[in-house]
Design a protein around this ligand. Structure first.
Ligand SMILES: Nc1nc(=O)c2c([nH]1)NC[C@@H]1CN(c3ccc(C(=O)N[C@@H](CCC(=O)O)C(=O)O)cc3)CN21
Ligand SMILES: CC(C)C(=O)C(=O)O
Ligand SMILES: [Mg+2]
Length: 290
């Protein structure tokens, strides 16, 4: 028996309330992205609190240049797979670019698809849109905000640049964070901002902050699964720490597979099927003439 109690009793689900209680108890919240069923299984079994089906999957799993081209239908395809594998974690669907920009009505419709068709508990959207967050909250949809380096604004930012470095920008970010909390957001992702600013926002908010490139003062931390395990091919941002090297694991395994097929050491007899003895004997006889 482990000395520590399991995070939640079997069969129970992490909720926004659990995350809020963790903030209040100063227990760090863990969050990781997932795009498919096996990853969701691993994260849920590892007792990761929050799983985000992030639109970064456009880049990490689909090879797109940025996150702008992924559609609602593609996001739902991944979200459904993730929800099948994660019975305990708090599940968040990332609203893709264009899915919440045309009208609030269309945003509500798209957010509802994540909840109804894909089993998500909440949706996340980038930027300071407090009236939209309030509208979603009124439709009984839980919303996670996302401020700072918001990747869907890559063209406006002129690249993936740290945000909130001037006094004006830092004060505006704090105001936006408070407005999102006031509008009913249940948590807030802070990405690519100075740690001092993230600490200040975290202290001012009642809802939990989950940081990525926002320093250690946030209530939780999130990373992209593929970054954690070196399954990305582009140079990574400063905030990425590798917790394993799956690329090396796969490269070595593939080289071994190639070698064992080439030398006919795979498959072995024990990895092959056999005829029943009687059939094998009958087959050993010369073929009967017709
Ligand atoms: N695999 C993956 N991980 C991510 O974290 C991620 C994605 N994909 N796709 C969407 C965005 C893109 N992200 C990025 C990408 C690059 C930097 C980056 O290189 N930042 C500079 C900051 C330079 C500065 O302004 O000082 C760095 O050097 O870290 C940051 C965030 C975060 N998101
Ligand atoms: C890294 C997180 C916050 C994200 O939005 C994503 O993975 O798409
Ligand atoms: Mg995202």
């Amino acid at each position: 028996m482990s000395l520590t109690q399991p995070r939640t009793p079997a069969g129970t689900r992490i909720t926004a309330q659990t995350l809020l209680e963790k903030k209040r108890a100063h227990e760090p919240i863990t969050a990781v992205t997932a795009a498919d069923y096996p990853t969701a299984r691993l994260l849920d079994e590892a007792e990761i609190d929050l799983i985000l089906v992030g639109d970064s999957l456009a880049m990490a799993t689909l090879g797109h240049e940025n996150t702008l081209s992924i559609t609602m239908d593609e996001m739902l395809h991944h979200a459904r797979a993730v929800s099948r594998g994660a019975p305990h974690s708090f599940l968040v669907g990332d609203m893709p670019y264009g899915s919440y920009h045309v009208s609030e009505e269309e945003a509500v419709r798209n957010a509802l698809r994540f909840i109804r068709e894909a089993g998500m508990a909440a949706v996340k959207l980038e930027g300071a849109h407090p009236s939209l967050v309030a509208r979603l909250a009124a439709a009984e949809i839980q919303v996670v905000g996302h401020l700072g380096l918001t990747p869907q604004a890559v063209h406006r930012m002129g690249g993936y640049k740290v945000q909130g470095r001037t006094l004006d920008a830092a004060e505006a970010l704090l105001e936006d964070a408070l407005a999102l909390e006031h509008a009913g957001a249940v948590a807030l992702v802070l990405e690519g901002i100075p740690r001092e600013l993230a600490e200040r926002i975290t202290r001012h908010l009642e809802i939990p902050t989950i940081g990525i490139g926002a320093g250690p003062g946030c209530d939780g931390q999130i990373l992209v699964f593929h970054d954690l395990f070196h399954l990305t091919f582009a140079p990574s941002a400063k905030f990425v720490r590798r917790f394993g090297d799956a690329a090396s694991l796969f490269r070595d395994g593939l080289a071994d597979f190639k070698h064992e097929v080439a030398t006919r050491t795979f498959p072995a007899d024990s990895e092959s099927y056999h005829l029943p003895v009687a059939v094998a004997q009958a087959m050993a006889q010369p073929l009967a003439k017709v």
